[in-house]
Design a protein around this ligand. Structure first.
Ligand code: GDD
Ligand code: MN
Length: 365
């Protein structure tokens, strides 16, 4: 019976999966372990490579997810698929030091700890040869995380850790957000009871095969996750993102309106119409990239999505104006609260309708 499940999220890691298994096997010599690769249907065929390996090695399995993307949710699914009392999460790209695994396991099996984190920041750990801007961003994001974190972790952003399976499942039940890259931070911020943890230093290695999936979106997703934790998880996370995009759209609207009306000297009606179309389109594109990153529309679906988005938002605008006007004409009402109520109704409408009609859950296959 495996004592330890090693969860490996993968996206386009075909050149690394076998080497990682070999290294993990070497490090965990004498320990009963299994590896669960969670692959999001990588175009390079990573899932098939893992299955080929699993045909030779019973300790290896593959969960292939179709129509979904996300490092955190992949880790969560891997943890839930494990039967071992302890689970570890490690990147496929060999950047994390698998030689830490036996020590981590020993510490957890000691019974005093829930989590052991591979940390780049504690003494004698290091971030390898990151360039200064990435290093600075990482430090800054770490500082920001303390706002929502219930623990004084040195490296809450680490993607390399081991946790008692029960503790992880408790966090998952309590509602981890699953957004973005920062699964460890998510677990710590969500845990119903404070997690007992320890950090072990290691040196972050350079990637040899494949490339990093960390892009600018990751910063946005990170910010959204912190906001979600900060607000106690009461408002749906996509609605927060949707509203932030909407707020930005208002700025776009005003700029276009000003440029057309004051700059180009068109009539106000034309300027307002143009501004509305540009703002709707920019909101659509931004929601497609940011809010619905994991089900992004491309090609013809993108065009169809634009139509449904504009249609939904037009109705939303009518509802907004109608409600605000109705409230405004009720006795003793105040114009600001009427307007805010209108905007809120419109926003909720737009969000709800586009969630169902524009960004439909993809069919499997
Ligand atoms: N299933 C799945 N789905 N796996 C993914 C996805 C996804 O959408 N995106 C990335 N991965 C996998 C990669 O294949 C890799 O095994 C691992 O997640 C990390 O992705 P990288 O793109 O290599 O991230 P990084 O090296 O820039 O950042 C890593 O290290 C940081 C420092 O420890 C991540 O682990 C970060 O979370 C971590 O903060
Ligand atoms: Mn990496």
């Amino acid at each position: 019976m495996p004592q330890l499940s090693v969860i490996v999220p993968t996206f386009n890691e075909i050149g690394n999966v076998v080497e990682l298994r070999d290294r993990v096997a070497k490090a965990l010599d004498g320990i009963d372990w299994e590896m669960i690769y969670v692959d999001d249907n990588s175009p390079d065929g990573t899932a098939q490579a893992v299955r080929d390996m699993a045909q030779q090695d019973r300790r290896v399995r593959c969960i292939q997810r179709i129509g979904r993307r996300g490092l955190s949710t992949a880790c969560i699914e891997g943890m839930l698929a494990s039967s071992a009392p302890v689970v570890a999460v490690i990147d496929a790209d060999l950047q994390h030091d698998e030689r830490l695994l036996p020590k981590m396991l020993e510490l957890i099996q000691g019974g005093e700890l829930d989590v052991v984190v591979g940390s780049r920041y504690v003494e004698s750990g290091g971030i390898g040869t990151w360039d200064e801007s990435r290093a600075a961003f990482s430090r800054w994001a770490t500082r920001l995380s303390r706002v929502v974190l219930k623990a004084d972790l040195q490296d809450p952003m680490s993607g390399f850790f081991m946790i008692r399976r029960d503790a992880a499942v408790d966090c998952i039940k309590a509602g981890v957000s699953g957004v973005g890259f920062k699964i460890l931070l998510d677990l710590f911020a969500t845990s119903p009871t404070p997690l007992r943890y320890r950090e072990l230093p290691y040196e972050f290695r350079n990637r040899v095969a494949g490339e990093s999936k960390l892009d600018t979106n990751v910063a946005w997703e990170y910010f959204i996750m912190l906001l979600d934790k900060f607000m106690g998880g009461v408002v749906p996370i996509r609605f927060i993102a949707f509203s932030l995009v909407g707020g930005f759209g208002l700025i776009v609207h005003l700029i276009v309106l000003w440029a057309m009306f004051k700059g180009a000297g068109t009539t106000f009606l034309w300027a307002q119409t143009g501004a509305t179309m540009v703002a709707m389109t920019s909101n659509y594109v931004m929601n497609n990239v940011l809010t619905y990153r994991d089900m992004r529309l491309h090609g013809w679906s993108f065009v169809r999505g634009w139509f449904s988005f504009v249609l939904a938002c037009s109705v939303g605008a009518l509802a907004n104006v109608g409600i605000a006007d109705y409230l405004f004409h009720k006795e003793g009402s105040f114009w600001v609260s009427s307007a805010i109520a209108g905007v809120l109704v419109g926003a909720v409408w737009n969000y709800a309708v586009t969630a169902v009609y524009t960004w439909k859950k993809p069919k499997a296959g």
